[in-house]
Design a protein. Structure first.
Ligand code: ATP
Ligand code: MG
Length: 468
């Protein structure tokens, strides 16, 4: 970020300065322009922002930050007296709320940034689409994408603060919503010029209440776009009209259905991935998951909008690597391990099960689905877990191992589809699931591991990785 004098920063943050003139002048000279919230990763000259949210209060690490070479700190008012007693060599800007300060810093930095900002939200597919679009835009431009899953009110400001105004030409930012108003708040900070909504599903229904409310919350991204912006979304989505209605700018729809402006055609599985045609161009993406084709279509449409040619986009997309934990393959000498344990919602669960079936049919091997709970579904939780069981039982999947609190629901629904009992198992926890799974595995099996983050199913993936 811009190396503002502390007085200017204090004004931006509605804060006050703690420190004498000499230390303030030294801090301004030392300030690198980088912001750090973690004293372990802080580099000489960084601003240390003491966040009081999260597992550990950042204020406890002010001495460490000073030792690591922080130029100055941002602290909350409640810590002012203690800060003075620490007698550190750095000054501080004192604010009422450190999270708000982080957001204000990011908003101010965004104002300095002339490049293109694209916001991406949706119930599923944000991270995958974001990483594909990042690859596409790199054909002509240099820029950044949100790191990891930095998509909330902390992660998004931190992603923005990473932007280098003199070098970066674009930012692709993932935006997640836990409740109504979240996306609007993120947009206030990021001011996106283009927006992509990947899908509307049932994720986080516990807080949103109804699917319409989910759609309206994602549409806050479109509402925030300027009149000369562009809104991208699947035109075949049941809530497409709601999304269109909220955009006061041009809209571009993408999908396999012909209702879309850009139609994805001739989708076919090939060695190592999927091929498809859009706007007369043949594309390849390296994935076993057919549902990623839709995400790629959206990334292509944005690329076209900023003047990148079909051929360049195709070259870039062919380089894209799946993001781990999202229907990604884990290398193994004798098994095919489909790692999808980053998260789970009903639509992602259905997409993963279909991917497993397709892989099994293509490779003519046995298939095993290890299915964990889907979190945050509220009152539709029971119904949706039953639906998963019903779907899994109805597909050509050889073995189903349900694990977690809702395992019984999945298993009972799968059993009702006439899946024979020796192909079905229930485990209370991950340890038990692994014991059962070990008895089933044979050389050549394709194994899907999928469940919500809180299930910790990555432990099963780790065990599979070293399974001989
Ligand atoms: P999160 O909210 O956890 O950040 P996300 O929206 O970033 O999720 P991804 O991480 O890309 O989404 O994918 C999450 C899950 O959704 C994965 O299991 C992935 O296979 C599945 N998924 C991704 N895109 C689609 C899609 N278009 N349709 C159905 N499922 C999808
Ligand atoms: Mg994500």
């Amino acid at each position: 970020m811009k190396r503002h004098p502390l007085e200017v920063l204090a004004t931006i943050l509605c804060g006050t300065i703690l420190g004498d003139q000499r230390t303030v002048a030294a801090a301004e000279k030392k300030f690198s322009g980088r912001v750090s919230i973690d004293s372990r990763k802080l580099k000489e000259g960084d601003l240390f922002l003491a966040l009081s949210t999260g597992q550990r209060d950042g204020h406890l690490f002010l001495s460490d930050a000073a030792k690591a070479g922080a130029a100055f700190a941002i602290i909350e008012r409640h810590f002012e007296a203690e800060f003075a007693s620490l007698k550190l060599s750095m000054p501080a800007v004192v604010v009422a709320d450190s999270v708000l300060a982080l957001q204000l810093l990011a908003a101010s930095h965004r104002d300095e940034f002339d490049g293109l900002v694209v916001g991406i939200t949706g119930s599923v597919g944000k991270t995958s689409t974001r990483s594909m679009l990042y690859e596409v835009l790199q054909a002509r431009y240099s820029g950044r994408q949100s790191p990891a899953n930095f998509n909330n009110t902390l992660g998004l400001p931190l992603s923005i603060l990473e932007l280098e105004c003199t070098r970066d030409e674009f930012a692709v930012l993932e935006m997640g919503a836990g409740q109504r108003g979240d996306i609007a708040r993120l947009c206030e900070i990021a001011q996106p010029e283009m927006g992509v909504i990947t899908s509307i599903g049932l994720a986080h229904l516990a807080t949103f209440g109804t699917p319409l409310s989910v759609a309206e919350s994602k549409a806050e991204l479109f509402e925030s776009l300027p009149e000369n912006g562009v809104a991208f979304f699947p035109g075949h989505d049941p809530f497409a009209l709601v999304l269109k209605d909220k955009a006061h700018c041009r809209t571009v729809t993408v999908g396999e259905d012909t209702v879309n402006d850009w139609t994805i055609q001739q989708v076919r599985a090939v060695r190592d991935g999927y091929r498809f045609v859009m706007d007369g161009q043949d594309y390849f993406i390296r994935t076993v998951a057919r549902h990623f084709v839709q995400n790629a279509g959206l990334a292509i449409a944005v690329g076209r909008e900023v003047g990148i040619s079909n051929a360049e986009i195709a070259d870039q997309l062919a380089k894209w690597q799946p993001v781990s934990g999202r229907c990604s393959l884990i290398p193994h000498p004798s098994l095919t391990i489909l790692d999808d344990c980053y998260n789970a919602s009903p639509s992602a669960m259905a997409a993963a099960l279909r991917t497993l079936e397709e892989l099994g049919e293509r490779e003519e091997t046995r298939t095993i689905a290890v299915l964990g709970d889907m979190a945050e579904l509220g009152e539709i939780s029971e119904r949706e877990h039953r639906r998963v069981g019903q779907l899994a039982g109805g597909l050509s999947i050889d073995f189903i191992l349900a694990v977690g609190q809702h395992a019984d629901l999945i298993a009972k629904a799968a059993k009702a589809t006439n899946l024979s009992l020796h192909r079905l198992a229930v485990a209370r926890d991950v340890e038990m699931a692994w014991m059962l799974l070990e008895c089933w595995i044979e050389e050549g099996d394709v194994i899907l591991v999928k469940g919500s983050r809180s299930m910790g199913l990555e432990r099963i993936v780790e065990n599979l990785r070293s399974f001989q």
